[in-house]
Write a protein that binds this ligand. Structure first.
Ligand SMILES: C[S@@+](CC[C@H](N)C(=O)[O-])C[C@H]1O[C@@H](n2cnc3c(N)ncnc32)[C@H](O)[C@@H]1O
Length: 314
């Protein structure tokens, strides 16, 4: 049975322009029942709908902002910002090191795909962890989440911006694409297409963090989301995402797009299953691998390509 996330089913937007599409409650309930998830079906059946059975978009927006706010608290607790910078700072050092040899000109543009409430982009802006000359942009197909991310950034007077739409339709090219908690939403051919679109763009690298598919991940997610999230939708989707986490092999083979060197940081065999909740798959233009490894120092031993993955213990 496929594991479905309720949030994917109740917020449907046109990927071409981000326009909101109406969602029939009964249809979502039917899909969840057919997927063998009666608990999720009951959560959706309790959501408000109009006389035609279409889910109330304002109620759905409020719910999504509430759940993402809880998700942000979880990111704070798991120190997601620090984990990201541990990898992103050497990556940006490598970009700057190659700047004189036909490398990128400043500003270096970081684009967060599926930025949600913008926690990552706002954290990077607040800490200035990547140094000067980095433009920080969050993009999301969900207008309500983008609106809230923008409001929070303005309240804190942060130097970053949020765009409503498809991250691959931005007028300006990204230097580096990043994301957190997004990869498991792309399944099958859509995952390879996600990486191919970035490899075909002028971007020099990508770095996508998602749940590590360790044996402990579903249990850990259950305990953590039960303790930390109040709304049943957040609890449900938190566990479903851990069950949908891609394996190391799937990520590395999907990320192997033309012109890209795929790398995985902390693959299963090298990770502590009690501490590694999220870890990234990276893609760099081949000339960046050596400077990246140099900037990472000893930590680069935990960065492996497809050829080394076969040799890491399970
Ligand atoms: C689970 S949320 C992750 C939110 C955020 N990154 C976090 O960690 O809290 C996934 C988000 O990805 C967005 N998304 C998926 N594909 C996208 C695309 N091509 N462009 C922009 N946003 C996208 C969805 O709208 C959704 O809000």
């Amino acid at each position: 049975m496929p594991h479905l996330e309720i949030s994917d089913l109740i917020t449907v937007t046109d990927p071409a322009n981000g326009a909101r599409l109406p969602v029939r409650r009964a249809e979502v309930v039917r899909r969840l029942r057919e997927a063998g998830d009666p608990r999720a079906a009951r959560i959706v059946a309790a959501l408000p709908a109009d006389r035609d059975g279409v889910l109330d978009p304002h109620a759905v927006d409020r719910l999504m902002i509430g759940v993402h706010t809880e998700l942000q608290r979880l990111s704070e607790e798991l120190r997601i910002g620090e984990r990201l910078v541990h990898v992103l700072r050497p990556l940006f050092a490598a970009l700057r090191a190659t700047a004189g040899q036909g490398g990128p000109a400043e500003p270096l543009r970081l684009v967060d795909i599926g930025s949600g409430l913008g926690y990552l982009v706002r954290w990077l802006a607040a800490t200035r962890a990547l140094g000067p000359g980095v433009e920080l942009v969050g993009v999301d197909l969900d207008a309500a989440l983008v609106g809230e991310a923008d409001r929070l950034a303005r309240a804190e007077r942060l130097d970053c911006r949020f765009v409503h739409g498809n991250a691959f339709d931005l007028p300006e090219a990204a230097t580096v694409y990043v994301s957190t908690g997004v990869l498991h939403h792309f399944r099958g051919p859509a995952l390879a297409e996600f990486f191919r679109a970035q490899a075909a763009s002028p971007a020099l690298a990508f770095c996508h963090f998602d749940i590590a598919a360790t044996r402990l991940a579903p249990l850990g997610a259950r305990v953590f989301h039960r303790a930390r999230m109040r709304h049943p939708l957040g609890r449900h989707d938190g566990v479903a995402s851990a069950l949908r986490a891609h394996t190391d092999e799937t990520l590395l083979s999907a990320a192997a797009a033309p012109g890209i060197r795929p790398l995985l940081y902390e693959p299963r065999g090298l990770a502590n299953p009690f501490c590694t909740t999220l870890r990234p798959v990276l893609g760099v233009r081949p000339h960046l691998e050596a400077p990246l490894r140099q900037a990472m120092g000893r930590a680069s031993r935990r960065l492996v390509g497809p050829e080394q993955l076969a040799g890491t213990p399970r």
